[in-house]
Design a protein around this ligand. Sequence first.
Ligand SMILES: C[S@@+](CC[C@H](N)C(=O)[O-])C[C@H]1O[C@@H](n2cnc3c(N)ncnc32)[C@H](O)[C@@H]1O
Length: 328
Amino acid sequence: MIREYVRVWRARGWMKKNMPFLISWHAYVGYELDLFKSFEKPASIEEVAAARELEYDLLKQWVEVGIILKHFKRLSGEKVRTMKKWKLPKSKSNRFSSGIILKEMMELHIPSLLAYPELLRNQTKQHFDSSVHGPTVAKTSTLLEQLAYPKVEKVMKKYNVDSVLDVGCGEAGYLRKLAKKFPHKKMVGVEVNEEVANSARKIVEEHGNIEILNKDINEYQPEDRFKLVMANNLLHYIEPDERAGFFQNAAQWIKKNGALSIITPIQKPKHGKEFSSAFNSFFMTFDNLYPVPTERDLQGFAEKSGLKMMSLDPIIKEGGWYIAVFKK
Ligand SMILES: C[S@@+](CC[C@H](N)C(=O)[O-])C[C@H]1O[C@@H](n2cnc3c(N)ncnc32)[C@H](O)[C@@H]1O
């Protein structure tokens, strides 16, 4: 009898722990189909289902959940309206929408974590298809950029930087921000994903001092050295055994007294252990993404390539995300 009671009590506990998922799921569906916008002005479910050609029952259910979560309000005459818009992700067409993180979590992180039993059983890993997920990942990186950029600007000033190389530049958000502040300094971004590189070119087209190269950094040899080399959120794309080699190459690309600046989650950090372990669990389901380094790894790579670690500062403490700066 007691055993039965404990079972139900525990099950209830798991269900309660999972409650916040409903909120994220609801916001994700709304973002993905731009549904919060569809109900910005009072509209009935029938009207939206017809106008957007959506399955009526599912839309109705999703709206019902939204009413319970207070994402929507039911009005008279079967109409519904979006509530607390400031709390919800902005439209997909808005480059600054927070919804992109929901998309990455729901389409990439959670399915990968759910694949664990199958991957474990089959003694296999999945493959990260950057042509599918590359654009989403590049966009979510711009969220971190917002917080990390001021630290990068500090490095520019401290090392009297005249030229910047950004390897794995994604949509070149850092270069774009730097170019606004330093319009006459030479900046080069290297990005392996063609779609992402093209979108980076578009984003920086007004800045004549930025050049974007669609290249693999393993096949890249710059003609000139740079005062600052950046590698932001790139290390988990590089096999742990190849990271020392990457540091050695990067050290070659840097001018004397220049700097290497690396943004990455750290494994087993002082703060943010849960986030960092969740990221690692996700990365490790892929045969072409790798666990993030520890602080000691970074120290070791630097020493082997003649660089000195000058600082390791948290960007998001609870996320275990750091910026490490090395001097040549
Ligand atoms: C997570 S994104 C980070 C983008 C950007 N650095 C940022 O922090 O916002 C990593 C980027 O590195 C690119 N990348 C991965 N391996 C690369 C390689 N070998 N050469 C060049 N780019 C690479 C990926 O395509 C992706 O766009």
